[in-house]
Design a protein around this ligand. Sequence first.
Ligand code: ADP
Ligand code: ADP
Length: 229
Amino acid sequence: NPIIQIKNVYKHYGDLTALNDVSLDIEKGEKVVILGPSGSGKSTLLRSINRLEQIDRGQIIVDGENIVDPANDINKIRQELGMVFQSFNLFPHKTVLQNLTMAPMKLKGVPKDEARETAMRLLTRVGIPDKAGVFPSKLSGGQQQRVAIARALAMNPKIMLFDEPTSALDPEMIGEVLDVMVKLAKDGMTMVVVTHEMGFAREVADRVVFMDYGQVVEVGPPTHFFENP
Ligand code: ADP
Ligand code: ADP
């Protein structure tokens, strides 16, 4: 079974149809990149997957759980879904280490020592083990985004959602964040990525989804989109 099943989803904001009959299945381990013009519904679709947006019609099933069903515990489902935003959204008054350990300790009851150990391993993985004790404001944008990725991974999610993770970064910092994402992809993580980085789409995506006016208008392998005639 696909790990994410999106079936005939509609989402309206007043008169505006942000998602118009969107259906899409995503397999475990698959890397899907969502492309499309600004306002085409990419972010709304991504946010609907962990119910940051509530859909009006249709079904979204994540790892066998219907996220729309109020009987299902959305907090439990969200633990399977790591999300990374354009604006890093770190807690400014917590150190990098605390940013990584807080949720696992509070939401999953992970003991402090174990949470710290995991956090340090993840900081090493994203290349900034030396930043554990500092506050986010002391970090570059690229470093903050790498912390945000590590923080999402600290919950040990099955799926990672990225909403324009490099769009707020200075150009010289985009590469260091993409490198972390490429590594994650190679490790087999299921990833859904909204990005304007065509190089990432071309090299990492198993499938590219092109959206326009709230609809999925094309789905195919990257070669389908980036072939040079
Ligand atoms: P994209 O990510 O492709 O740029 P979005 O999903 O952010 O597109 O937005 C899709 C459409 O829905 C846009 O027209 C946007 O203005 C509108 N929209 C998004 N969020 C809201 C909201 N909270 N209230 C009203 N309209 C919204
Ligand atoms: P991003 O590109 O990071 O998704 P957006 O500017 O699209 O940022 O959206 C930022 C926030 O504003 C989101 O919560 C989104 O739902 C909301 N939003 C986007 N478009 C509109 C809109 N037309 N009216 C009201 N809220 C909107």
